[in-house]
Design a protein around this ligand. Sequence first.
Ligand code: XMP
Length: 514
Amino acid sequence: MVAPVLVLDFGSQVTQLIARRVREAGVYCEIVPFNKADAALAEGPRAIILSGGPCSVHEEGSPRAPQAVFEAGVPVLGICYGEMTMCEQLGGHVEGGHAREFGRADIIIRKGSPLLDGLGNAESREPVWMSHGDKITAIPPGFHVVAISENSPNAVIANEERRFYGVQFHPEVVHTPRGAQILKNFVIKIAGIEPTWNMHAFKEKAIQKIRDQVGNGRVICGLSGGVDSSVAAVLLHEAIGDQLTCIFVDTGLMRAGESEEVVSLFRGHYNIPLLHAEASDLFLTELAGVSDPEKKRKIIGKAFIDVFDYESAKAGGADFLAQGTLYPDVIESVSATGGPSATIKSHHNVGGLPAHMKMKLVEPLRELFKDEVRALGRELGLPEPFVARHPFPGPGLAIRIPGEITAEKLAILRHADTIYLDEIRNAGLYNEIWQAFAVLLPVKTVGVMGDDRTYDYVCALRAVTSTDGMTADYYPFEHSFLARVSTRLVNEVKGINRVVYDITSKPPGTIEWE
Ligand code: XMP
């Protein structure tokens, strides 16, 4: 799909949010590293956005936008570092070494501009999120000042004739309340792009693309029970019907009722051919006596592939392997130094398939962000509770039981997790939380119940808010909520006599405990 809007990434932590905001405005948008943009620029985007980045334009070798950006005859918006480099490249002047302006600030609008349509009139104030160290001391010829802030006499600059704009703040973050409007103005009002990107249109195109790629071939898809692989499977089924076979490897490490739910949804509701490989004994045997988190992951990964391999051979093999790879997994991100040493995140769901499985990949979700996958799931009619599920890791409950995994511990954790999540749902908090789960600690403590001494496990509760799982904050539950969950867990779950709440953010913690 040719993207009408291209974001050139200079390494900002929030570049992905630019693409999301543009897509939310109904316009398809892709991200490319600033130093690998030639092919994408040659496709003729209708608007270009230069992202922020960690460098100063004064650092030696700091990145620059390809000259083609300014010669394409299309609107260009420079954000933060993007504004600085645009300014420098077009004949303005930027000075480094200033005190960093970071956090909330107000801009004061000095002159009307289509970029700020729908915001205040001249002299009105607008809250924004700043994060920069360089300062523009001379704007390039042909530009004028649209808005200032206390520390930036050039907070928004424009050359309306060439449709070049620069903003010193980050319109893509939620802390700039009307930033989404600014990005929408840029792509729709200024670049004149029709807002036709929506999930219905995406679905139709994706179905056609799958049919073109697969032809009469056979496709297998590994279902994990999670949202991504489920949405991929339902989409594939709409496209190619019974040419698709799904394989659900039941590791025995799923949450309560999860396996049954997947089987009934796919076989019953959608009537999608599904091989249910019940392999919990194999996984438990392989994991017996193993405590090291990395070893556990490797054992689970290998056992998964062995079962998947066996089942797909039994099903007669296939020409294609479908994966629920998402856009964040395929974006080549610019490293924190902004240098050319780009890092690619590799997908870890069905990685490392045996060499003899020579299947081509079908990845129908590789252009979508997580929230867009959920929207596509809704478009495909997947039930809301299923689509809105919290993420669940491939290795399942095994990485929520530090130490050795046993059937007994799995049963205790499943029970505890069910109670905790029921309480979260009853309190109406489920959709506010990115991920919540119970962890069973390999620690026994002394307690008292009635007149009896108890000696049982500690259960840790985790709940975080996040936008992408890369960073996270612990969820600030009311004490009364935590007390209620604790009472229920200790009273109802045999094997647990103490409950603690994890208040670590990520970083320095991770979301999972292993
Ligand atoms: P961490 O624990 O690294 O997790 O902060 C970030 C997000 O990734 C999920 N996660 C995994 N997902 N396979 C997966 O499919 C894995 O091996 C895995 N490990 C962590 C985790 O649940 C959180 O959403």
